[in-house]
Design a protein around this ligand. Structure first.
Ligand code: SF4
Length: 81
């Protein structure tokens, strides 16, 4: 499972931070940070989700009010939102 985080869309409400500890606060930027991710294009960060974190990652994606977080399965199919 893969997670994609669109930093440009993020409005810094930090609900995701409460759901999965891979999301951290960048208070000065007013944006979340996705730990251990790769910036594949400008402001788009991607990483694999470990099996034991899948539930937390899904909750993080569902909690985002602006859909800045997407979850994709191993075939690249979008699961959330
Ligand atoms: S929940 Fe969404 S808007 Fe809020 S910090 Fe996380 S990614 Fe940004």
């Amino acid at each position: 499972m893969r997670i994609e985080y669109d930093r440009d869309t993020c409005i810094g409400m930090f609900q995701c931070v409460a759901e999965w500890d891979a999301f951290e606060r960048d208070e000065s930027a007013g944006k979340a940070v996705l730990a251990d991710s790769e910036e594949v294009e400008a402001d788009l960060f991607v990483r694999e989700v470990p099996a034991d974190a899948e539930l937390d990652a899904k909750f993080a994606a569902r909690s985002c009010p602006v859909d800045a977080i997407r979850i994709l399965d191993d075939d690249g199919e979008q699961l959330i939102p």
